[in-house]
Design a protein around this ligand. Sequence first.
Ligand code: KG4
Ligand code: ZN
Length: 335
Amino acid sequence: MKILAIETTCDETAAAVVASGPEVLSDVVYSQVSEHQPYGGVVPEIASRSHLEQLTCVIEDALQKASVTPEDLSAVAVAYRPGLIGALLVGVTTAKALAWSWNLPLIGVHHLEAHLESAFLAGEEIPPPYLGVVISGGHTDMHRVDGEGLTRWLGGTRDDALGEAFDKVAAILGLGYPGGPVVEKTALTGDPKAVRLPRTLLSRDSLDFSFSGIKTAVLYKWRGINAIHEHRAPDAPSPEDMCAGFQAAVFDVLAEKIRRACAQENISTVVLGGGVTANSALRSGLTERLGSRYRLVFPPPRFTTDNAAMIGARALRQFERGDFSDLELMAEAQP
Ligand code: KG4
Ligand code: ZN
């Protein structure tokens, strides 16, 4: 079985062909980063227009690289929520048109479920129950997963998502956009103990996150206590120490929340996914803090940020249990 999968929830235009296994036959991602860079963040209207311009070529490329024609396909899958509404509409409308014209079933996929599925693209089946942790630009969520369709939300961020906090810290320090990779790189030569930043854990047993306070702490340490100027205070720490201190603080918080969730749910396997799990320091930091007690499963690095291979992998499972959509499928922003 082969599925064509489409992903347009935010600023990556992506298509992939995924076969049972799951085996990724092709995986094409057009990144819009350079189009949004001048604005320091994703501009929704630019994202929608860019998807519209690129998607047909990206799909053709994915089919060609996989050496398949529409006759070889068993379904068309698309991420239909959550995301930017205009961006989602381009993918959903295209997928519906292709499914209708090729007479194939349509599979609507939840983008966050697909992020967790990306860990399985390493080829290993991980038996439930496990803790599913999505750490992306829009979400920081923990779920208990007991099997297909048996997922219970345990906690999430009350303010900024962790990827968003990386992006904002990079903006404060003037490191550019997108923030995650540049903060990771800058931290490499920094001292994680030089700048002490708050670890917000909320109440004793809370499984929620809050990252806005740490971001504000970075702002004050960088610009000075009055923070009225948009430039660095003369006595501010180095960007390297600041980034290393920020990462150490958020890894401590993540590790503690994962530990709490595992203890509460009596779970010993943790499956992670989402753009922030591209960060090697996060992988080693969490492994250092939790690896002796829990099994941590990360996606192959290339499937951490938005891609369509994870949408296809998720769709394969939905196909198996007959979870199809009809042509009434609507894009859902789900704010
Ligand atoms: O999963 P994703 O591609 O899109 C969403 O679903 O949100 O995640 C994008 C987020 C951005 O905030 C980006 O800064 C962050 O993932 N990110 C990283 C790294 N690479 C991407 N954060 C930390 N370290 C990285 N290496
Ligand atoms: Zn994503």
